[in-house]
Ligand binder design. Structure first.
Ligand code: NAP
Length: 250
């Protein structure tokens, strides 16, 4: 099994900057026919449209807004590759007074956003032969840190949902890829104060295309992520990627 991006139609959330923008550029460089570039502020997509013309279709999409998601699904009914990249990171320790509010915000974007996007587009992917769903998770999905405790909790929840989506969407032939970057050089890394150890965005965007082609479920783009992925590999293969141990009985 493997998904080739050449000639395909894709949609990327959070496409205006950072990893999302790099993914749009890599998809186009590798021959995607059209990319719906989704962002909260469509004006911020202007540089991509100026560079790529009609192959980039700007869409207004806030992943916390169910109406906008439904409208986007109507406008982008030919999507074969769905990349849920939009995300936020707050830096709070679990005992900080703001921790509860921080976690609610992050769940709204990082977890409910994934759920809403997957629900809106699953039948569209099915209509086009299955296609693929890519979710931007993190090393924080696998290993929590106190300084970003609520972000880590949200990314662990998103990873859990990604596993369940993989299992359910297999029935309609949709390939699912869970991406687990460490620090990557974007605004998010600067805000988190980890930009000094951050690695280039193209490690993520180019690696997604290779990972889709090879059909893997987990992808670890940068050096921190690869080290963690190597330590996690045995558990991932024997437990996460194995046939579900608990099958639902209808
Ligand atoms: N950078 C890293 O070190 C790193 C590491 C591991 C995982 N990741 C994950 O990779 C993804 C991209 O991160 P990044 O580093 O590119 O972050 P970034 O530079 O902060 O960009 C975040 C993107 O998400 C969009 N976004 C935020 N809230 C949104 C919402 N409610 N609806 C739609 N779009 C929304 C932003 O749009 P606006 O411009 O409108 O704010 C922006 O396009 C995230 O899921 C992040 O958790 C990043």
């Amino acid at each position: 099994m493997g998904f080739q991006v050449k000639g395909k139609t894709a949609l990327v959330t959070g496409a205006n900057r950072g990893i999302g923008k790099a993914i749009v550029e890599s998809l186009l460089q590798h021959g995607a026919a059209r990319v719906y570039a989704a962002a909260r502020k469509p004006d911020s997509l202007q540089p991509l449209v100026a560079a790529w013309g009609e192959r980039v279709v700007p869409l207004q999409l806030d992943v916390t807004d169910q109406k906008q998601i439904e409208l986007a699904a109507q406008q982008a009914g030919d999507v074969e590759l769905l990349i849920n990249n939009a995300g936020i990171l707050n830096t709070h320790m679990p005992l900080d007074a703001q921790a509860e509010a921080s976690l609610r915000d992050e769940l709204e974007v990082n977890v409910f956003g994934l759920l809403r996007i997957a629900q809106a587009f699953a039948s569209i992917l099915k209509q086009h032969g299955g296609g693929a769903l890519v979710q931007l998770n993190s090393v924080a999905s696998l290993r929590a840190s106190a300084w970003a405790s609520t972000y880590c909790a949200s990314k662990a929840a998103a990873y859990s949902l990604t596993q369940s989506l993989r299992e359910q969407l297999a029935g309609q032939g949709t390939q699912v890829l869970s991406v687990h970057p460490g620090p990557i050089a974007t605004d998010m890394a600067v805000r988190a104060g980890i930009d000094d150890i951050a690695e280039p965005v193209t490690l993520v965007s180019e690696g997604i295309i290779e990972s889709l082609a090879s059909g893997v479920f987990h992808f670890y783009p940068d050096s921190m992520a690869r080290d963690m992925g190597a330590a996690y590999a045995s558990f991932a293969k024997q437990v996460i990627e194995a046939e579900s141990a608990i099958q639902h009985q209808d």
